[in-house]
Design a protein around this ligand. Sequence first.
Ligand SMILES: [Zn+2]
Length: 489
Amino acid sequence: MKKLLRSIFWLLLVALIIVIAILILNTVNYASKQAHYDQVDPIAIPEGAISRLSQVVQFPTVGHETSIDTAAFQNINQFMVENYPMVDSLMEPLQINEFSSIYKLRGRNVDLKPILLMGHLDVVPVDEMSMEKWTVPPFSGEIKDGYIWGRGTLDDKIACFGLLEAMELLLQKEFVPERTIYFAFGHDEEVGGKQGAVTIANKFRNENIEFEYIMDEGMLILEKPMTGLDQTTALIGIAEKGYTTLTLTVNLDGGHSSMPPTNTAIGLLSKAISKLESNPFPAKINGATAELFQHVGPEMTMLNKVVFSNLWLFKGILKNKLSETPSTNALIRTTTATTMIRGGVRENVLASQASAKINFRILPGETIETVKAYVKKTIDDDRILISENKENFSNNPSAVSNTDCFGYKVIQRSVKQVKSDVLVAPALMIAATDARHYQGLSDNIYRFLPTQIVKDDLSRIHGIDERISRESYEQIIQIYYQLILNSCK
Ligand SMILES: [Zn+2]
C-alpha cells in the first residue's frame, strides 16, 4: 500500500513538473506580434479644421426612419463643397439618394484594387429629458476647455470631416495616388443605412468593384483597454456581431383574476425569460477575440501572460472571468437582452396575451437560425411562440477579416507612425456599423475610428455631453493622412 502511495506521489510530482515546464516554456516563447515603425513628423493641422468641425456639428443631421430635417442635410453637403475646394475639384463627387456621398480619386495604376474609407453624416437624436443635462446645447458645436462639444462629434462627423481634412492637405501638396481611393459617407447609418450604405454598396456591386480593404467607423484607440494590459491600444474591429430580435408570445384564455389557473400568460412568459437569462449562450474564445488575445497577450503583465499563453489549461478560468463583466462577456458569447415586455389590461383581469422582445447580438460563427434553435431548446415549452421581429433589421455576423494582409498592416503602420508606442490589436466590434452592408465587396473590412479618447468619453457616444478633444481630432486627421499616403503611393 505504502509503495503504491509512493508511486502515485512520484507520478503526480512528475506530472506537476511537466505542467510547470510547459507553462514556463509557452510563456517564454510567447512572442510579441507588434511591428515597429518610426514615428513621422506631425503634419501641421490648419486652425480652420477645428472651427470647421464645430460648424458641421451645428447642422442637426438627426437620422429618422421617416421625415428628416432635409435642410440640415442639404447644408452639410453644401458645406463640404464650399470648404474643401481641392477635394471638390480633384475628386469626383457623386450624390446618392440626395444626401449620401461618394468621392473618388482616380489612381495611376488601374491594376491595383481601390480602397474605401467610410463615415456617416447622420447623428442620433438628443431626447428632451436629457437636454438640460448637457453642459452646452447639443448642436452648438461650442469649442470650450480644449474640446469641440456636440452631438455627432465622436459619432461620426470626425470620420467624414477628418478624411476630408486629410485629403485636402494631401491634394494641396499635389498628391497623386497610385491606387484609386473612394470615400463613402452615408446619411442614415443610425436608422439602418438603407438609403445610404445599402444603396452605395449595391452600386459598387453592380460595377463589380472589389476593394483591397474597407475601413468604417468602429473601435478606437484606448488607454488600458482591459485588465492586465497597461498600454494604450488601437483596437481594429476585424468582425462585427450579428443582430436579431425575437418576440416571445403566450396566448391563453383570459378570465377573472379571482379564479386564476396555475399558469398565467404573464407567469409562463416570465419563466421563459428567466430560463434564457439563467442559460446564457456558450462562451467561446475564437475568431476575432482569439486574435485579440494573441496580439495583446504577449504585452501583458507576467501573470496574465502565463494565462494567455496557456489557454489549453486556463481557458475555462478565463471564460468565467470574462463573463463577469458585461463589456468582456459580449466578446465571448451571443448575448441575450430582454428589452420590451407587454401584457395585461387591468389589475383584476387575466391577460390573454403576454409578449416580450429579446435582442440578441450574435457571435461570429453562429447565425440567426442557430440562435432561434437555442432559444427554442432552452425554453422547451410549446406554449411560448417564438417569432423573428421583422420591424427592425436582422443580420448574421460578419465574416472575420484578415490580419496578415495589406489592409490591416497599412492601418497598423499608419497608427504607429503617428504614435509609435501604441499597441495595435484586432478585436470584435460588438455594435452594428454601416460596414455590415459591404460584406462581399472586400475580404478585408475593418471597423476602426483612428483616434484616442479617454474611457470617460466613451459613454458620451449616443449620450450626454458628446465631445472630442482638439488633440483627438488632430490625431484622427494625422492618421487618416498617413493611411491614405501609405495605401496609395
Ligand atoms: Zn456611428
